[in-house]
Design a protein around this ligand. Sequence first.
Ligand code: 8YV
Length: 314
Amino acid sequence: MPDILVTAPLPDFLDEPLKRDYRCHDYHRSSHKPGLLAAEGARIRGLVQGGGTLTPESLLEALPSLEIISVFGVGYDGVPVDYCRRRGLKVTNTPDVLTDDVADVAVGLVLMTVRGFAHADRFVRAGEWTRRGFPLTRKLAGCKAGILGLGRIGKAIAQRLASMGVAIAYTGRNAQPGVPYRFVPDLVALAQESDVLIVACPGGPATRNLVGAEVIAALGKKGTLVNIARGSIVDEPALVAALEAGALGAAGLDVFVDEPNVPAALLAMDNVVLLPHVGSATRETRQAMGDLCKANLDAWFAGRPLPTPIPELA
Ligand code: 8YV
């Protein structure tokens, strides 16, 4: 039985099968992490972490026998990929199985912000409807959406919104041949022309604070920012400042810089919708992610090809 280190909270339907086939060491819940590493570190051959889990190189240095990191999530921005390449470590993630759910959340946030549904719900609950009508909002069909990152999730968002009559443009590292959406090379220009800007690119150092004050200003007071990717991609203080100043119309956020902590200023704003990072949080999808996370480990330790290695290290 290979020893594996678990560095994130896992659902029972992944935790239990892992414990059946591996000697699992619960680093996440350990109250004495250095002691755990000193006692078991040399034996650890696999590591399981969440999509948002930050894995410092110093932790990997304490695991000299490590062979593979299996990420329970599509995002592996918390994994030091260059370091893993140098050490010959394998890294796997759980792409595809969560694409539909995350795209659904993006569309949900678009509707909740543009049509004001979260605010409207509070309005009814507070008894306001008996006193006055809810203010008119904005028609979604005919809006322009800009998508930052037209990967698998970005494409699924585009497809959904296009079917609702939204005009789609996108930006990213390159124009993609064969997609029916317009490429805008410059993010500020895309924000400028968009009613809704949707962040759907990977996190990590390359995209840190990519959506900064200039992009937010370009989106403007009639614009809406939706983020289902990573909190790190948006300059959160700049976002809060723009919302406070009325310089940005609305925001729908499923991800934050310091989860589960959300900037206090956002809590009181009616034009902001806040979700607790639920993009992939359905029973069906989390089960499929768990199965894939374990299938990657199983394949590696059985000498079979990895089902979903990350592209950089495949
Ligand atoms: C999960 C995610 O919440 O897939 C990702 O990258 O951020 C989410 O789907 C997370 O991975 C669960 O640990």
